[in-house]
Design a protein around this ligand. Structure first.
Ligand code: GLN
Length: 613
């Protein structure tokens, strides 16, 4: 890899973590990208996960949260979702590096004899492979063929972890290969405020910065995460003890919404600092509309008053991260509709009849929560546990006319429920749960290879053709839409005619016409199920249409939205919203310099232009 010093060279921002993980390093890293993007600089990102797994595909959601799926079918860490949502970019599976991927590459090179009989070692072979990978992937366009100029690299875990060491050493070398003006390091650390005194403590940050320096990396910015705002004295103390200037210390306390994070960072001069440090030649003074869309979005979220209550009937409800993208997609849709989102996670197994005997308290609590909600999401999932509970929830939503969105396994559950209770096929099931069931409504796809779990599903972005229907109108009347998939089973084509004759319509199919993608019930306010995962393409300013439909139906506004040509007027929004607010949202779009998003979401202007035309 050739060293380069040209000012047009790729710029790297390495983001490391100190003290503990789980303090929002991903959001801080995405916010750095957001600030740079607001200056008109194309940004890409790489997430490094120092575990041995090749990818996140085989992860249990209980342990790691959701598996995030990319356009190219990559099954990656959920942090990549932060970057795609914040920066409105499309990442590739190589943008997620794991120790497993690096070792797999080095070992296969060794087998081919590429190392010419040398001893293959962590240094230099693994560290070189890391640097080559980062250098290669950083240049790959992630937005409309535009070459990125800055690459944000987030190193998972915390400094000092054994697993992270080869990566830290790789970047220690990398900083010299690419030259100082092309590389900087941002260290995100915790400033705890123990309850006893409430006083912010800087010692953990001092030690983690010392550790980072000991490994050969110096922080250019130290981002201090705290519960409540910390005073100037803390900034000065960290500056003194960590050998950086006060303007290199950025303090980020817990905020009402994550849309405030880029704003709070920018208010402390982060954009200017990065521009100077990396010779980015950002024009100063900044335009007055700089970061306006984020400011408006943050303000709008804070001003929402009327609530919409949505239940997620899932299986991995103990860890909310298991449904991160669904929660985000619901949030985007609620913000667009002008409602404050309240999510209840309901354990599907608790809705099952057996639970009434085993644990009546949990059973009644689960049903009470379901009944109290305005709308229901039946999310994706795997395996037997909770499946009957999901089927129960589908039946209840169908019969009580409760708005429902079924996703992937949710679609499969709703089809089985319909076959059992409307068509009278009592032995209906999925072969995933009961391979010998009497009526296999949901069957293995030919792509499924039993026995191999990793990377054997129907994955990634695929096209669905939509028939005239409510969902097609929600998608802006597009005849085809592209969404991301992750499944092994599909609706059995042999039962489709019977299901349709009974009233369950398949209004979306794949390009062959045999794979069912979208089902709906005409005589229901909103009973939509999709085989794909629309949550992955939702963006804060461009909500996913199936989610927007659910939220609007849940607050009784779907019909007026559709009858007004899919435009939200102040009357559609919560009572507190006004013409003035509507104009503000329109401004958000106008100040957003980026081209139209490529995803299926509806850009926010189409939700708000009614009075303007
Ligand atoms: N387990 C089901 C399948 O593999 C659904 C998968 C999902 O919900 N992502 O088809």
């Amino acid at each position: 890899m050739a060293a380069t010093s040209a000012t047009s060279a790729m710029k790297y921002v390495l983001v490391t973590g100190g003290v503990i993980s789980g303090i929002g390093k991903g959001v801080i890293a995405s916010s750095l990208g957001t600030i740079l993007k607001s200056f008109g600089i194309p940004v890409t990102s790489i997430k490094i996960d120092p575990y041995i797994n090749i990818d996140a595909g085989t992860f249990s959601p209980y342990e790691h949260g959701e598996v995030y799926v990319l356009d190219d079918g990559g099954e990656v860490d959920l942090d990549l979702g932060n970057y795609e949502r914040f920066l409105d970019i499309t990442l590739h599976h190589d943008n997620n590096i794991t120790t497993g991927k690096i070792y797999q590459q080095v070992i296969s090179r060794e087998r081919k004899g590429d190392y010419l009989g040398k001893t293959v070692q962590v240094v230099p072979h693994i560290t070189d492979a890391i640097q080559e990978w980062v250098n290669r992937v950083a240049h790959v366009p992630v937005y409309a063929n535009e070459k990125p100029k800055v690459c944000i690299v987030e190193l998972g875990g915390t400094i000092g972890d054994i697993e992270g060491m080869p990566f830290v050493e790789a970047f220690r070398q990398f900083q010299f290969r690419v030259n100082r003006e092309n590389f900087c390091c941002v260290h995100v650390s915790l400033v705890p405020q123990p309850k006893s005194t409430g006083e912010p403590k800087t010692k953990p940050t001092q030690s983690s910065v010392r550790e980072l320096r000991g490994l050969g990396l110096s922080p250019d910015l130290i981002v201090c995460r705290s519960e409540t705002p910390v005073g100037l004295a803390v900034k000065e103390k960290i500056s003194n003890f960590c050998h950086v200037a006060p303007e290199q210390v950025i303090c980020i306390h817990d905020l009402s919404s994550l849309y405030h994070v880029p704003l709070l960072m920018e208010s402390q001069g982060v954009g200017q600092f990065l521009s100077d440090r990396l010779n980015l030649n950002i024009a100063t003074p900044r335009p007055s509309k700089f970061m306006q869309k984020w400011r408006d979005l943050a303000k709008r979220v804070d001003s929402l008053r009327k609530e919409v209550n949505i239940s997620i009937v899932g299986k991995y409800t103990k860890l909310e991260d298991s449904y991160t993208s669904i929660a985000k997609a619901l949030q985007h849709a609620s913000i667009a509709a002008g409602y404050k989102l309240k999510i209840k996670y309901i354990e599907a197994a608790n809705l099952e009849k057996q639970m009434k005997i085993d644990n009546p308290v949990l059973f009644h609590e689960a049903w009470q929560n379901l009944c109290k909600s305005d709308g229901v999401v039946i999310p994706g999932g795997f395996g037997q546990r909770g499946m009957e509970g999901k089927i129960e929830a589908c039946q209840w939503c169908r019969e009580s006319l409760k708005p429902m969105l079924g996703i992937c396994l949710g679609l499969q559950a709703s089809v089985i429920e319909f076959a059992r209770n409307v068509l009278g096929l009592k032995g209906a099931n999925t072969t995933e749960v009961d391979p010998k069931c009497e009526h296999p409504l949901v069957i293995d796809m030919p792509e499924h290879h039993p026995g191999i779990m990793g990377g054997t599903m129907r994955l990634g972005r695929r096209t669905t053709s939509l028939k005239p229907s409510v969902i097609r109108r929600l998608y802006g009347n597009k005849e085809t839409v592209d969404e991301r998939h992750r499944h092994r089973y599909e609706v059995n084509p042999e039962y489709v005619a019977r299901l349709e004759a009974g009233g369950l319509q398949f209004v979306g199919v794949d390009s062959t016409g045999t794979r069912m993608e979208v089902s709906t019930l005409e005589e229901h306010p909103y009973y939509l199920a999709v085989q794909y995962h629309p949550e992955y393409l939702s963006r804060p300013l461009s909500p996913s249409p199936p989610f927007l439909g659910l939220i609007l139906a849940s607050v009784g506004k779907l019909n007026s939205y559709l009858s007004k040509g899919c435009r939200l007027s102040p009357r559609n929004q919560s009572d507190e919203s006004s013409d003035e607010e509507e104009m503000k949202i329109k401004d958000m779009k106008l100040t957003n310099g980026s081209p139209e998003p490529k995803c299926n979401g509806i850009a926010i202007d189409t939700l708000t232009v009614e009075n303007g035309h």
